[in-house]
Write a protein that binds this ligand. Structure first.
Ligand SMILES: Cc1cc2nc3c(=O)[nH]c(=O)nc-3n(C[C@H](O)[C@H](O)[C@H](O)COP(=O)(O)O)c2cc1C
Length: 340
């Protein structure tokens, strides 16, 4: 849904505090309601739709210090932010073009111009870098990314609370050698994403998942019969969602010890980076258009088309348009293990 930018969000009138407030809760219900309104009212705004005014130096400092309040195992502070000044956008544009040519040496002049243009979006721009070294015995790499994600979330919330809009964006350029050189990244440092901050010209909110989509009861291994999915002869509707696609979220439809079915929802331009699953899978495009890419091939899927991938095959999925995909996964079972 497209709405005019509403400015600073008001507390959600529908939110009610629980009657019993635990001792560790914030000091008053008003603070809790404000925190809830801040979190649920935040939304990302594409850098294309972020204009001046951006935050002042003092406001930016406030946001960055909010990032510094995030959880941090062993206080490693496994991330840093690089500020890209307004006067450095030309230099950033040059880096984007070099990064494009590193990946695609024959990129057209149009493609190069598009890459340049991205450097000038949003009045305020930060680069978020993950620090993965030196290694620490009790803090694996995954925890460093979690700490960084929490820090960025704090920053986004602080920006939203101050009436600004923001968005995290990444892209292939960040993973190129020339990008790492241009930003002076050392071994063990990874450019993860940009943080664009400004004033929104337009807001596109997406619906939020409800709690039951986000949490499942623990199923101790071997106790798989009670999974909260469809049971034999339960009818599962996988018809195109049409207008409902816009607000839909990914759901798991069915899970047995041998089989899992999920309906994945992707917005145009989004998808899943390269990964693999143990069992064979099929990817069936229910609506929209998506590409499936393995290290050796790529194919385009439109509504009604499906592909199969062998177990363990690395693959990435990218939605060309908004799309819903029915993914069927053959799970790793005793019988598949014993097959030759
Ligand atoms: C590390 C990171 C990088 C992202 N990069 C992109 C990106 O390059 N392009 C994009 O459209 N969304 C990207 N996203 C997603 C958006 O930032 C945003 O979270 C998403 O559009 C959902 O919007 P919402 O924050 O309003 O729920 C990224 C998110 C994260 C966490």
């Amino acid at each position: 849904m497209t709405t005019p930018f509403p400015g600073r969000s008001a507390p959600d009138a529908g939110f009610e505090m629980p009657l019993e407030v635990p001792a560790s809760a914030p000091p008053d219900a008003e603070t809790a309601a404000l925190a809830h309104a801040l979190i649920t009212g935040r939304f990302s705004v594409s850098p294309k739709r972020l204009v001046a005014p951006g935050p002042s130096a003092a406001q930016l400092q406030h946001m960055v210090e909010a990032a510094g309040c995030a959880p941090d195992h062993e206080l490693l502070r496994p991330w840093r932010l690089i500020h890209i000044a307004a006067s450095q956008r030309e230099a950033l544009a040059d880096v984007f073009v070099r990064a494009l040519l590193e990946r695609l040496p024959t990129a057209s002049s149009d493609a190069q111009a598009q890459s340049r243009e991205k450097a000038f979006r949003a009045p305020e721009l930060l680069l978020a870098v993950a620090l993965l070294e030196p290694s620490h015995g009790s803090v694996p790499e995954s925890e460093r990314y979690v700490a960084m994600g929490a820090a960025l979330m704090n920053l986004l919330l602080a920006a939203h609370g101050m009436g600004f809009a923001a968005m995290l964006t990444s892209g292939h350029a960040l993973r190129t050698t020339c990008f790492a050189q241009a930003f002076g990244l050392r071994g063990g440092e990874r450019a993860v994403c940009f943080v664009s901050i400004g004033t929104a010209t337009e807001v596109r909110r997406r619906s939020r998942p409800s709690a039951h989509e986000l949490i499942t009861p623990w199923q101790p291994s071997g106790d798989t019969m009670a999974l909260p999915h469809a049971q034999p002869l339960d009818v599962i509707d996988v018809r195109p969602l049409d207008a409902g696609l816009q607000d839909a979220v990914t759901t798991s439809l069915l899970k047995t010890p041998a089989l899992q079915l999920m309906r994945l929802i992707f917005r145009a331009g989004n998808g899943m980076p390269q990964h693999s699953v143990q069992g064979a899978i099929t990817i069936h495009c229910l609506e929209g258009e998506a590409t499936v890419t393995t290290p050796s091939r790529s194919c385009n899927l439109r509504a009604g088309q499906l592909v199969m991938l062998s177990g363990g095959e690395p693959h990435a999925v990218n939605a060309v348009t908004d799309a819903s995909l029915l993914v069927t996964v053959l799970l790793h079972t005793q019988s598949s293990e014993s097959r030759p």
